[in-house]
Design a protein around this ligand. Structure first.
Ligand SMILES: Cc1ncc(C[n+]2csc(CCOP(=O)(O)OP(=O)(O)O)c2C)c(N)n1
Ligand SMILES: [Mg+2]
Length: 321
């Protein structure tokens, strides 16, 4: 399996859309236009996109509190997402979820999650359903390094193994859980933990889209072939604070600037496809322009849209089956 020219353009488009989306949300939050708590995914794009490029409508993902990138990578509509984050009625969840509870079940995006470690049990259910119904689908949980220490995550590894589920755990290790360094808080190693549960675990350079794509390909192939769960330990970095408003006193002043200059995932992608003669800079510049315009339009629409009204208060409270 190889990446076609269309795949490369699509991967770059999704990564650029995530970056533009997050930069725009950062600005709008600072201007006081967005209610609630917001955690941004900028810098981590290669992880969500490298994995989701292998997924289709059969497949489910569970996200974290840092969920916008996972949504965009899985194909959620950026306009409906932006409206949701602004709390507007036409948002993806009718303006009732916001950033941390954004979901789109039609796209197999089971939700951002305010509960750290909440995603892994969900994907065990989704993977069990896929296995039982024989859909060929896989289920992927994105989990932070902090989330990797939750009992729910470790219990899910065990369930996924004993039930031989088409499940993949993507540990997005951005070096911190809030202000706590993962080098200080994670015992043993992520791949060692995977081995302890009898599943393959792979260390992945999360700045390198191609490395994530390759490791994800193997994990998805295994899952679809009925060979059970896998874990990827993806090392990456977040560019903004833990949440919008975080003063980041626990990080060296130049830490992020250095990473941005040396190994930004979009920069690395551009360099790699350029050196290999796979895409022209103009192809990528056109995507940059389109993404900027698309996200600017989302923000304009979100600002102009209506909030839910009183009559919306009691709808969407219970699910009907
Ligand atoms: C069960 C639970 N405990 C604590 C919190 C508070 N909390 C929110 S995010 C966070 C840190 C998560 O770190 P990590 O999993 O590494 O994800 P990152 O923010 O780095 O993407 C914590 C402790 C929570 N939301 N849920
Ligand atoms: Mg973290």
């Amino acid at each position: 399996m190889q990446l076609s020219r269309e795949d490369l353009l699509e991967a770059y488009r999704r990564m650029r859309l995530i970056r533009e989306f997050e930069d725009a949300v950062h600005e709008e939050f600072a201007a006081g236009n967005i209610p609630g708590f917001v955690h941004l995914y900028a810098g981590e794009e290669a992880s969500a996109v490298g994995m989701c490029m292998h997924l289709d409508d059969r497949d489910r993902i569970a996200s974290t509190h840092r969920g916008h990138g996972h949504c965009i990578a899985k194909g959620c509509d950026t306009r409906a997402m932006m409206l949701e984050i602004f709390g507007k009625r036409e948002g993806l969840c009718a303006g009732k979820g916001g950033s941390m509870h954004i979901a789109d079940l039609e796209k197999g995006m089971m939700g951002a999650n305010g509960i750290v470690g909440g995603g892994p049990p969900l994907i065990c259910g989704a993977a069990l359903a896929a296995k039982t119904l024989g859909t060929g689908g896989v289920a992927v949980a994105f989990v932070g390094d902090g989330g990797s220490n939750q009992g729910t995550t470790l219990e899910s590894y065990n369930l996924a193994k004993v039930w031989n589920l088409p499940a993949i755990f993507v540990i997005e290790d951005n070096g911190y859980a809030e202000s706590t360094a993962s080098s200080w808080s994670v015992g043993g190693s992520q791949t060692g933990r995977a081995a302890g549960f009898g599943m393959p675990g792979t260390e992945v350079d999360g700045f390198d889209f191609f490395a994530v794509w390759e490791a994800a390909r193997e994990a998805v192939e295994r899952a679809r072939a009925g060979q059970g769960p896998s874990l990827l330990h993806v090392r990456l970095s977040r560019y903004y604070g833990h949440f919008e408003g975080d003063a980041c006193t626990y990080r060296a002043a130049d830490e992020v600037e250095r990473i941005k200059a040396e190994k930004d995932p979009l920069l690395l992608f551009r360099r790699r496809v350029g050196e290999a003669g796979l895409l022209e800079p103009e192809d990528l510049d056109a995507i940059d322009r389109q993404a900027r315009e698309q996200i600017a339009a989302c923000v304009r629409d979100a600002k102009g849209a209506a909030y839910p009204g009183e009559a919306d208060l009691t709808t969407d409270v219970y699910a009907s089956y």
